[in-house]
Every structure is written in C-alpha cells, then in structure tokens.
Ligand binder design. Structure first.
Ligand code: ZN
Length: 170
C-alpha cells in the first residue's frame, strides 16, 4: 500500500518528500510499491538515504553514486550556511545589547561585550570564507560593529576628556 500521510517538506530538497522513521521501512516501501510506482511514474525509487534535515529516511530514484555524493555535499553546504546564519543572529543580538548598554551610558560594559562580539564575528567570517559562502549580512554586521566601536571609543574618550577638564579647573 502506498502511504500518503508520511509526506514532509524537506529543507534539503526544497520540496515535500516521504519520510520514513527507519531504513527498513523505506526499503520495504520501495520493495512493495516498486511495480505500482513504475507503472505511474518515470522516477522509480531505487534506494533509501538518511536525511540530516528531516532526521529520517527518504527514498530516491537517483541511482548513480556521483550524483548522490553531490547531493550529500549540497546538504553539508546548507548545514554550514544554517550554522553561520545562527552565529550571525547571535552577533546581531549582541549588537542590540551593546546599543542598550550605551543608552544606559555603561561604556565599560559595552566595550567588554563588543570585544567578545568582534571575536565571534571574526570566527563566523572565517568560517564563511573557508566554505566559500558569501552572505550580505556579514558586510552589514561588519559595518555595524565598526560603527559601534567608534561610538564607544568616542564616548569613552569624551567622558575622559570632560573629567580631565574638570580636574584641571579645580
Ligand atoms: Zn529531508
């Protein structure tokens, strides 16, 4: 019997696919439905594979190993992109926190946090460069961090300047 209630949208494939909880269930599906599917479709499932996005098994008509490997590579790349994207979201949240600290005139706190954040940013940037992944968010975050750094130094310097002026007056 062809199950119809096990379809999920797969991020890796960018379309809906049947998902099986074990390899044996996926293989059994191919075994028992092979004839029926062949009669209705040009794409006959020939093997099962584990999908890291859905955490389960799909079936595919792709038989040759080279194409299969290419798909695995594509999946790995997508995972890497997601990983970098998560790092960038963390950095973006840190920028908001820095801006908040500055609003409360906690420039020491802002300076400490921007140091950590700049470090995380460089890690994320290195990661994206080593995997040849270009993201426009990286440049935007770079500009935002540079701007924040300048603001912090300006505030730190001007408070120092004012207090030394006051000191001089006394
Ligand atoms: Zn999947």
């Amino acid at each position: 019997m062809k199950p119809t209630n096990n379809k999920v949208y797969c991020i890796g494939c960018r379309r809906s696919k049947m998902l099986f909880e074990s390899q044996s269930k996926a293989d059994n599906f191919i075994r028992y439905n092979y004839v029926e599917i062949t009669a209705h479709s040009d794409h006959t499932p020939s093997r099962s594979y584990y999908c890291t996005f859905c955490c389960g098994w799909h079936i595919t008509s792709i038989q040759d190993e080279a194409t299969g490997k290419l798909c695995d590579l594509k999946d790995e790349m997508l995972w890497e992109k997601i990983r970098i994207k998560c790092l960038l979201i963390d950095i973006e949240n840190a920028c908001l926190e820095i801006e908040e600290l500055m609003e409360y005139a906690d420039y020491t706190g802002a300076e400490q946090l921007i140091e950590q954040t700049r470090h995380s940013f460089h890690e994320a940037k290195k990661e994206s460069e080593s995997h040849n992944i270009a993201m426009k968010e990286i440049q935007l975050l770079q500009d935002r961090l540079d701007k924040l750094l300048h603001e912090i130094f300006f505030e730190r310097y001007s408070t120092f300047y004012i207090s030394s002026q006051n000191h001089y007056k006394r």
